[in-house]
Ligand binder design. Structure first.
Ligand SMILES: Nc1ncnc2c1ncn2[C@@H]1O[C@H](COP(=O)(O)OP(=O)(O)O)[C@@H](O)[C@H]1O
Ligand SMILES: [Mg+2]
Length: 237
């Protein structure tokens, strides 16, 4: 495998406050990397830094191309889709209108229509609710909508911030099953932040454990799963 995303020495800041300190990690082409860590460790900040939403420095490469100086819009256009924590769907708009926003940068109308069918294939509940206001959907359906909207950008890299947050275990299982299918069938690479370390490590091939803005551990997902400290602190056995 070759790397799609290579991050080295990533620092990030909120105003004068430094929140990330020299993070290094990769997402392989077609791979899944999980970012693990306690509340406040810097996981959300890492995704924001990659999307260009906050001030950052270091080296970020997407397919070999340096993207650290680019605007959020330019990063998105290069194929990085960010599903933020709290989903970020437009609750007053319908399911269909939300999805159309995901495809707004695209000119290939026929392809977009085909992609609508594709995401409705993954998430049939959304097809049934396409005329419904997003705000009336369940939490799980809103997460599905946020993922679908990101997929309509035809991303190379899908960044997901705690897709399981606040959802019932059965819905979480369903969403992770679909994410695995999207990764496997479409080769979409993923960078996933997840509190449920066990689920994340099942999906991922690489993992990074972040502690107070630093990579405390990084490597193959099975290696982190086997680590005693990770097991005790994040897997609970
Ligand atoms: N908007 C913000 N302004 C200032 N500090 C922030 C902001 N958002 C997060 N932080 C700080 O950055 C650190 C990392 O936060 P975050 O990335 O949200 O953690 P995680 O997603 O791992 O729970 C924390 O110390 C947090 O208090
Ligand atoms: Mg967070």
């Amino acid at each position: 495998m070759s790397a799609l995303l290579e991050v080295s020495g990533l620092d990030a800041y909120y105003g004068p406050i430094q929140a990330l300190f020299g993070l290094d990690f990769v997402v392989e082409e077609g791979g899944v990397t999980a970012l693990l860590g306690a509340n406040g460790a810097g996981k959300t900040t890492t995704l924001r830094a990659l999307s260009g939403l906050i001030r950052r420095q270091g080296d970020i490469r997407l397919g070999g191309r340096a993207i650290v100086g680019l605007s959020t819009e330019a990063v998105a256009r290069l194929g990085v889709a960010h599903v933020p924590d709290g989903r970020g769907t437009f609750t007053d708009l319908t399911v269909e209108e939300n999805l159309r926003l995901g495809a707004y940068v695209r000119r290939d109308r026929a392809e977009v229509r085909r992609d609508f069918d594709r995401v409705f294939g993954y998430f049939p509940r959304l097809a049934e609710r396409r005329k419904q206001q997003a705000g009336t959907l369940s939490g799980g359906e809103q997460q599905m909508l946020a993922i679908s909207r990101a997929l309509l950008m035809r991303p190379k890299l899908l960044m997901l911030d705690e897709p399981s947050f606040g959802l019932a275990p059965m819905i979480v299982q369903e969403i992770f099953r679909i994410l695995a299918a999207i990764n496997r069938d479409e080769g979409v690479s993923m960078l996933i932040v997840e509190q449920n370390a066990s689920l994340a490590l099942d999906l991922a091939d690489h993992a990074v454990l972040i502690e107070t803005g630093r990579a405390a551990m990084s490597g193959a997902a099975h290696m982190l799963r086997a680590d005693d400290a990770v097991r005790r602190a994040y897997l609970g056995y």
